[in-house]
Design a protein around this ligand. Structure first.
Ligand SMILES: CC(C)(COP(=O)(O)OP(=O)(O)OC[C@H]1O[C@@H](n2cnc3c(N)ncnc32)[C@H](O)[C@@H]1OP(=O)(O)O)[C@@H](O)C(=O)NCCC(=O)NCCS
Length: 326
């Protein structure tokens, strides 16, 4: 039995923050941001929007595309690094918001790789025969966890949500071929949030020291991202006795255009085969891949029979790839 994607959807908050707007906030400029990252603008959630509310909107669109009813969803997997609260799970909040009547609900945290991890879990549920339809959401409100006085990080991120429904495939030739997932906690000090968990609960001191914001060593992360994302995609392709040129479209995590160019160069895959939309949204963490997937479908960049690759790296570090015959 194969599992496939039966629907995808996105939600982007209305408010746009351009690079020029950031020039008024930190010592940066449009040219630096554009040439070093490829980002022109990002969207910022309103005070009424949260990670789960954006996720619910994306889920509605994915459900609509799949043609399924709410009753058909048996599990909700919600990937994020900026969940509404430590608990209850954002998946529960989406269940309540959309009134999905009979479903399991679980949050996962694999930072920017969360959506690829979510797809792998959904795939396992479906191919095992346990569930027929699983809703996977990737959403992040990065504007709430970045330090708006730190030019090294605040220019890179944005808010948004994407979702996909993973369903039993009716066509034996289409569906997920496989996944390769990796994690290495020895990189834990390259991308992290210091306080707010059980290690260092919130205190006056943690707030004063700005320890509730994301911290990143961008330079090291960059180099590791290019290497790990390339390796994991190459290994998965080989494992399935396919060649890299067989891939019709790569939907990569959208952190930095130069990271994507680095992966393309390392693997000798033409850059045209990569779907890139980070110029409009920045890095929306777990949301980048489902937003990109939705837009690639809207633009008819994915056709029946295409070999689609997903690849991501995020804090932890976690990284992984997936291959899907559309
Ligand atoms: C953050 C990133 C864009 C920086 O690009 P870079 O080419 O590595 O640049 P460096 O870190 O070497 O910094 C170069 C200079 O630009 C400066 N700089 C950093 N941010 C800046 C900004 N927003 N505006 C202007 N200058 C900036 C640095 O202070 C540094 O100045 P110095 O040479 O005087 O010390 C890049 O490293 C990156 O994208 N990293 C990975 C991000 C990522 O993938 N994160 C999430 C993973 S899921």
């Amino acid at each position: 039995m194969r599992a496939t994607i039966s629907g995808a959807g996105k939600y982007i908050p209305k408010k746009v923050m351009k690079n020029r707007d950031l020039e008024k906030m930190v010592d940066t400029n449009d040219d630096w941001i554009l040439t070093r990252t490829g980002i022109s603008e990002r969207h910022i959630a309103s005070s009424l929007e949260t990670t789960s509310s954006m996720g619910a909107e994306a889920a509605k669109k994915a459900l609509k595309m799949s043609g399924l009813a709410k009753e058909d969803i048996e599990m909700i997997i919600f990937a994020s690094m900026s969940h509404d609260k430590l608990f209850p799970a954002s998946a529960c909040l989406v269940q309540d918001e959309l009134k999905i009547p009979r479903t399991g609900t679980v949050d996962i945290e694999a930072a920017c790789s969360g959506f690829v991890y979510g797809l792998s879990l959904a795939n396992a549920y479906v191919v095992s025969g346990m569930f027929k339809n699983v809703l996977v959401i990737g959403a992040d409100t990065m504007s709430r966890i970045v330090d708006w006085t730190d030019r090294n990080t605040c220019v890179l991120f944005g808010d948004g949500a994407g979702a996909a429904i993973v369903s039993r495939s009716e066509d034996e030739n289409s569906g997920f071929l496989g996944f390769r997932l990796r994690g290495d906690g020895s990189y834990k000090n390259l991308l992290y949030m210091e306080a707010g968990g059980s290690f260092k609960p919130a205190s006056h001191e943690s707030v004063e020291k700005k320890e509730h914001f994301l911290r990143m060593n961008g330079h090291s992360t960059f180099k590791i991202a290019v290497r790990m994302m390339s390796d994991v995609l190459e290994d998965l392709t080989k494992e399935h006795k396919l060649e890299l040129p067989d891939i019709d479209i790569v939907i990569p995590h959208q952190a930095n255009r130069r990271i994507i160019e680095g992966v393309a160069e390392r693997l000798s895959i033409p850059l045209d085969s990569f779907y890139i939309n980070l110029n409009k949204y920045g890095n929306t963490s777990a949301a980048t891949i489902p937003i990109a997937l939705t837009e690639a479908l809207e633009e008819k960049r994915i056709r029946k029979g295409n070999l689609v690759a997903f690849v991501a790296l995020g804090g932890g570090f976690t990284w992984g790839s997936a291959l899907l015959r559309w």
